[in-house]
Design a protein around this ligand. Structure first.
Ligand code: CA2
Length: 159
């Protein structure tokens, strides 16, 4: 195979949609900040969009830092990752290192605009090591992230 080309069987279409701590509570309270959709509804929408775009979306949520890191490691052969790291995004260097170690595109999503909230939320230690960042568009941000990830992957493979 010529250098720089990729055999079609090597191209994965698997995208991990990974939600961090407390996001299992979506729809249960704080609708003014996080909207009224449940996590299950969000996952269904993104999975359906994946079918439309020709990618296989795998969904996971964890409240545990170590489990999030394991899920990131397991995603390394996939097409990409969409991660809402929740509050871990503000301080977890361990999750940042796991994201940085991935050689596939990663998009960070926050439902709320973290820069318009309390000062401790203004920093994301994950942002410097992701390909793109969506924040403040509510749960629509997950769909925007999937569209961006798929288009970005096509652009990278067929410049
Ligand atoms: O805006 C986001 O997506 C956040 O990542 C959400 C995190 C927060 O700590 C980040 O600063 C920004 C919190 C998720 C909590 O989710 C809940 C949802 C509904 C009800 C209660 C909590």
């Amino acid at each position: 195979m010529p250098s720089g080309s990729v055999a079609s069987e090597e191209i994965s279409t698997s995208v991990l949609l990974l939600n961090g701590p407390n996001l299992n509570l979506l729809g249960a309270r704080d609708p003014k900040v996080y909207g009224s959709a449940t996590l299950k509804e969000v996952e269904s929408r993104v999975t359906e969009l994946g079918v439309e775009l020709g990618v296989d979306v795998r969904c996971a949520q964890s409240n545990s830092e170590g489990e999030i890191i394991d899920l990131l490691h397991e995603a390394r052969h996939g097409m990409g990752v969409i991660i809402n790291p929740g509050a871990y995004g503000h301080y977890s260097y361990a999750i940042r290192d796991a994201v940085e170690a991935l050689e596939i595109p990663v998009v960070e999503v926050h439902i709320s605009n973290i820069h318009a909230r309390e000062e401790f939320r203004h920093v994301s230690v994950i942002s410097p090591v992701v390909n793109g960042f969506v924040s403040g568009f509510g749960v629509l941000g997950y769909e925007l992230a999937l569209r961006a990830l798929v288009q970005h992957s096509k652009d990278v493979l067929r410049p």
